[in-house]
Design a protein. Sequence first.
Length: 88
Amino acid sequence: MPKTSPKKPEANPNQVAEFEQSLDELEQLVTRMEESEMGLDDSLQSFERGVALYRSCQGALEQAELRVKQLIDPSRPESAEPFEPDTP
């Protein structure tokens, strides 16, 4: 019986495209909200959409982080140190 390796998450190119589209839409939404005087109803709808886009992007980033951890140490992804980017 052949030995099977642990299942690795497969990259989904659609997830990357969806993340980029969501991020782009979120940036456009923020710009519209900053540059115009919206009514209360429009502001609330825009805010709700922004929260949904933010959550979608956050979920995609968390999945990417998990994948990186699994690539660094496939046997113990939870032991990988979190990535801390250098910020000026």
